[in-house]
Design a protein around this ligand. Structure first.
Ligand SMILES: O=CN(O)C[C@@H](CC1CCCC1)C(=O)N1NCCC[C@H]1C(=O)Nc1ccccn1
Ligand code: NI
Length: 186
């Protein structure tokens, strides 16, 4: 399983590369990578296990963050209510955003990243709604429409596959200004 020591930190060039497309059918190695990327999120979102392994809880983890420059990321957006079905859970492979709202969305508390140890304050404007196409580990194609938080999470992960980090989007001159009409939410 992945531990914090396995997570690449800002400054590692792998975080600034464009990741390579993943070939199907998945190699055993890529299947194991997908499993471990999701396993990290599941363990990190279990309070006891998170503490036991000294993890930072996460809702997404992209392959470049474990040093693998491949277009693969796990996303696990937990249910709003305890014990409910996750809002979105899958390993997205070769993801493409095929359409996006003109309207922006941003988290009121800004964003962080498991690969960025220091806080970087400021709004991270993203598209509030997206249509995402991706392939899952079994080779099935999916087209999903996401909005608000799950859309933010997937855009954060897809950025990692393009060598983009969240703070690249923060307005240096006015970090807490967001474009007109941005939907703010936490
Ligand atoms: O690329 C992927 N990453 O860098 C992990 C990031 C991804 C999210 C950041 C903003 C949108 C996607 C992540 O999850 N975090 N960022 C750093 C510390 C907090 C943590 C987080 O938001 N945790 C969380 C939230 C709700 C429920 C459970 N855990
Ligand atoms: Ni990140």
């Amino acid at each position: 399983m992945f531990l914090m020591k396995d997570i690449t930190r800002d400054g590692n060039p792998v975080l600034r590369k464009r990741a390579a497309k993943v070939e199907f059918p998945l190699s055993a190695e890529d299947r194991e990578l997908a499993r471990q990327l999701m396993e990290y999120l599941e363990i990190s979102q279990d309070e006891e296990l998170c503490k036991k392994y000294g993890l930072r809880a996460g809702v997404g983890l992209a392959a470049p963050q474990v040093g693998v420059s491949k277009q693969m990321a796990s996303v696990l957006v937990p249910a709003e209510e305890e014990g409910g079905k996750p809002v979105f859970k899958d390993v997205i492979i070769n993801p493409v955003i095929v359409s996006e709202s003109v309207q922006y969305g941003a988290l009121t508390e800004g964003e962080g990243c498991l690969s960025v140890d220091e806080d970087v304050p400021g709004y991270v404007p993203r598209h509030d709604r997206i249509t995402l196409k991706y392939t899952d580990v079994d080779g099935n194609d999916h087209t999903v429409r996401l909005k608000h938080y799950p859309a933010i999470v997937c855009q954060h992960e897809i950025d990692h596959l393009k060598g983009i980090l969240f703070y690249d989007h923060i307005n240096k001159d006015a970090p807490f200004e967001a474009p007109e009409g941005t939907v703010m939410f936490s």
